[in-house]
Design a protein around this ligand. Structure first.
Ligand SMILES: NC(=O)C1=CN([C@@H]2O[C@H](COP(=O)(O)OP(=O)(O)OC[C@H]3O[C@@H](n4cnc5c(N)ncnc54)[C@H](OP(=O)(O)O)[C@@H]3O)[C@@H](O)[C@H]2O)C=CC1
Length: 395
């Protein structure tokens, strides 16, 4: 019974046995005991202000991360990857909301938001563990996506909550593993947490993916195929082979003619995952089955922009009003309308690791850069037209 209870709680995200070893949020203590004998600085790419690519600065003197909570681990970063959010954060996107989320205890010790390290994905090796961490030990090979309100992974070491970390699939190199966590967890949040799809209810469901050739799209296509869905991918013509190899059943080239005309020749969908935005929501929900629980989920939302522009209170009100009115409008038309966001979760990365080891998900890496070329990796990502992921090898 106890094992069953632990498993249920772990699935629900309430307890990660051994990740932190307790149901309650761990007490705020600084675990300096494990950090006594090492260097206090490390190499990292940081920014000291928001702006264009020139604000990226390499330093050998970034403060070494400290374990502030007993459920944290310090990871030696072997590889990281660049996501659109890194490019956007470099320019100041989300600064207001993310600063609010930053830990006041840590901010008080380390000063304000700068120097800020970007980079969300990490694959590496556990170097130190907080006192309540039993699920990981020094030397474990792990992967994680660190949330954007924390210092990022474009550095030699990063600290993460054990709840955000998972054992890396053995079959992947660090370079390959670093390409997956952030897009995997975002796709999982959109498809499963928000959209209600999973391996039990997906068989035969018709899913339309807008932006199928990028980081999220290449992962979502594989996950949906692993769950048994029928996937229609919308992408540029030159990405057709890529998305077909990942399992897409139908491919629509949005550059070679009107997408809506091409969609009219297909059956209606049970689900739309929108990774593109910018007007797509005006037409995409029309291609969902009506009054059957079909759902449109977009990842491109003005949530953080609202807070940047209007402040926390007014931004939240504006967000609530926008999403509420759109959800109501679509509900009256017989479909569900939702926004989705990245959610950190080591537990779900464990599930992804199983799918990787089973050969159902593979990393899609377009280009890798050495640590010395982080600015070039940003420029690559900023240029758009991704075909999978851009990875940075840190060691
Ligand atoms: N809400 C959240 O928490 C999160 C939101 N996001 C957002 O999701 C979006 C996708 O992220 P990600 O996959 O990492 O981005 P990428 O840059 O990796 O991929 C975007 C892909 O979309 C393609 N594309 C562009 N325009 C169209 C179009 N009109 N129709 C079909 N495909 C198109 C691009 O290729 P090409 O231009 O050559 O066609 C590219 O392959 C981004 O806007 C990102 O900011 C991402 C993560 C978390």
């Amino acid at each position: 019974m106890e094992v069953l209870r632990m498993l249920v709680l772990r699935r629900a995200g309430g307890l990660c046995p051994g990740r932190c070893g307790t149901l309650a949020r761990p007490p705020r203590v600084r675990d300096f005991s494990t950090t006594a004998s090492r260097s206090t600085v490390m190499p990292a790419w940081v920014i000291d202000k928001y702006g264009a690519n020139e604000v990226l600065r390499f330093t050998k003197n970034m403060m070494f991360p400290v374990i502030y909570y007993p459920n944290e681990v310090i990871i030696k970063v072997h590889a990281a990857s660049i996501n659109p959010i890194d490019v956007n954060m470099r320019s100041g996107y989300g600064a207001r909301a993310l600063n609010m989320k930053r830990d006041p205890l840590i901010m008080k010790d380390l000063g304000q938001e700068f120097p800020l390290t970007l980079g969300r994905d990490v694959s590496g090796v556990v170097m130190e563990c907080g006192l309540s961490v039993t699920y990981f030990k020094p030397g474990d090979q792990v992967w994680a996506a660190v949330p954007p309100w924390k210092q990022g992974t474009l550095s030699e070491f990063v600290v993460a909550s054990a709840n955000e970390v998972s054992h890396k699939p053995k079959s992947l190199t660090h370079t390959e593993a670093a390409s997956l966590p952030y897009v995997a967890l975002t796709a999982w949040s959109a498809l499963s947490k928000v959209g209600g799809l999973n391996d039990k209810n997906c068989s035969g469901k018709r899913v339309l993916i807008l932006g199928a050739s990028g980081g999220i799209g290449t992962f979502a296509t594989q996950l949906l195929k692993a769950w048994g869905a029928h996937v229609t991918a919308v992408c540029s013509g030159d990405a057709t082979d890529l998305v077909k190899k990942l399992g897409a059943d139908d491919v629509i080239d949005y550059r070679s003619g009107n997408v809506e005309e091409q969609l009219k020749s297909l059956k209606l969908f049970d689900f739309v995952l929108d990774n593109v935005g910018g007007g797509t929501e005006d037409w995409a929900p029309k291609y969902l089955k009506k009054w059957s629980g079909a759902t449109y989920v977009t990842l491109v939302t003005p949530f953080l922009l609202n807070i940047d522009q209007l402040g926390i209170a007014d931004g939240m009100v504006q967000t609530g009003f926008t999403v509420g009115s759109k959800a109501l409008k679509h509900f009256c038309q017989g479909v569900h309308y939702r926004w989705a966001f990245f959610v950190p979760s080591g537990v779900y990365l464990d599930d992804i690791a199983e799918l990787v080891e089973a050969g159902k998900i593979r990393p899609v890496i377009e280009e890798t850069f050495p640590f010395s070329q982080v600015p070039q990796a940003f420029l690559k990502t900023e240029g758009g037209h991704a075909r999978g992921k851009t990875v940075v090898n840190v060691v």
